[in-house]
Design a protein around this ligand. Structure first.
Ligand code: SAH
Ligand code: SF4
Length: 371
């Protein structure tokens, strides 16, 4: 069977894999071992499964692939904290995925789509347009790739000459996942939520659902579904403006999902889930960083248990806005604090390798027809 016809192991939840294995008349014990070899043992080839019977491995070979996505290229930031990988998917499409290492934590920033249909002008992914949704397995595979990278960079392990070891204090285990790479996760709701189910599996990647955050441009039907879901990931909503007119000027889809309805959906999420919500605000100098706008945010979010993450604009080709300076960001934060709104200014990391928010793009892939 050609490799393309095989399904990736990462497309399956543990229950689905168990059912599939049962349909081949093999014991569920084999499914459990296979799952553990892949998610705990790091198996990436059928040949790595030497504790499983040959007959089972032969069957697997014809049905399932354990192969990770091919790395088309990788970039390491000069400070050693950030790495960006260009991964080639089975159909020739390419996506970017980013590993961010901090003191005390490591975070995977993964893509949910190749490109994005939402068309925000200040975002490189938006400017490249939409190519396709990613499958659950393609989302899970990004996390597994970054987990292997992190483990390989552990101090004392034999690293390739080009390897940058983990910075001091950085953990070698990946515990946090943000769906903030390429694409709009709530435009690909079912695949994203299935990937989250696989990632949170206690016998699998075991990434706590409270350590997974999904960022949306404001797709209201998706927010409502998330609000009604059982124990969904954290929600971050890209706000960027506190009036409908200003928001629609920055985010084209705000015309479809207006600010008042968006806030109502956010309040519903908070009520249903009894949790706070994050709002993202890309700080663009002179555009949305004035004291008046900070006061408008304070009034808009009154009574919502929220945290605001301020992201100074990262440079991208084709958009000539500038990031707000430290003083403007500080002033914005101080005003939010007067309304009881906690906020952070996101550390600007990985800009030398274009791995910051909104900078992910696969221009070359866009020019290539899918194979
Ligand atoms: N599609 C989702 C998630 C991916 S983008 C969303 O829009 O929320 C992740 C975050 O980066 C969003 O808050 C987005 O608005 C922000 N962003 C996009 N372009 C940016 C840029 N050039 N500089 C800083 N932040 C940017
Ligand atoms: Fe898509 Fe988010 Fe970029 Fe907007 S900011 S184009 S929604 S990835």
């Amino acid at each position: 069977m050609p490799a393309g016809a095989l399904r990736s192991i990462h497309e399956f939840t543990r229950d689905e894999l168990t059912a599939l294995v049962a349909s081949w008349d093999f014991s569920p014990v084999h499914a459990a071992r296979l799952w553990s070899c892949v998610y705990n043992g790091g198996a990436t080839r059928i040949a790595d499964l030497d504790e499983l019977p040959v007959r089972f491995r032969t069957r697997l070979e014809g049905e399932i692939s354990l192969a990770p996505p091919a790395v088309a290229s990788e970039l390491h930031s000069a400070d050693g904290f950030t790495r960006k990988y260009l991964l080639a998917l089975g159909d020739g499409r390419r996506i970017e995925t980013v590993l961010m290492r901090f003191t005390g934590r490591a975070t995977a920033c993964v893509s949910s789509q190749a490109g994005c249909a939402m068309g925000c002008g200040f975002c490189a992914t938006g400017r490249m347009g939409f190519q396709r949704h990613l499958t659950p397995g393609e989302i899970v595979a990004q996390v597994m790739h970054l987990r292997r990278v992190l483990a390989a960079a552990e101090p004392g392990r034999c690293a390739a000459p080009a390897e940058t070891p983990n910075p001091p204090g950085a953990p070698s285990r990946l515990r946090n996942v943000v769906l903030m790479g390429m694409g709009e996760p709530l435009h690909n709701y079912d695949a994203v939520m299935k990937a989250v189910d696989i990632l949170r599996d206690q016998h699998g990647p075991a990434i706590g659902v409270r350590r997974i955050t999904l960022s949306t441009v404001g797709v209201i039907p998706g927010i409502v579904r998330l609000a009604d879901a059982i124990n969904p990931p954290h929600l971050a909503v890209s706000l960027h403006a506190a009036t409908q007119a200003e928001r629609a000027a920055l985010i084209p889809v705000a015309a479809r999902w207006p600010l008042d309805a968006l806030l109502a959906a956010c309040r519903y999420y908070v009520e249903q889930q009894q949790r706070r919500i994050f709002f993202e605000w890309t700080l663009i100098a002179g555009r949305n960083d004035t004291p008046e706008q900070a006061h408008a945010v304070g009034r808009l979010l009154r009574g919502v248990p929220a945290q605001v993450n301020l992201i100074p604009l990262n440079p991208i080709a084709g958009y000539d806005g500038a990031p707000s300076d430290r003083a403007a960001a500080r002033r914005f934060q101080d005003i939010l604090a007067d309304y009881g709104l906690p906020s952070t200014v996101r550390q600007r990391r990985g800009l030398d390798i274009a791995a910051g928010c909104g900078q992910l793009v696969t221009a070359t892939a866009a020019e290539e027809p899918p194979r």
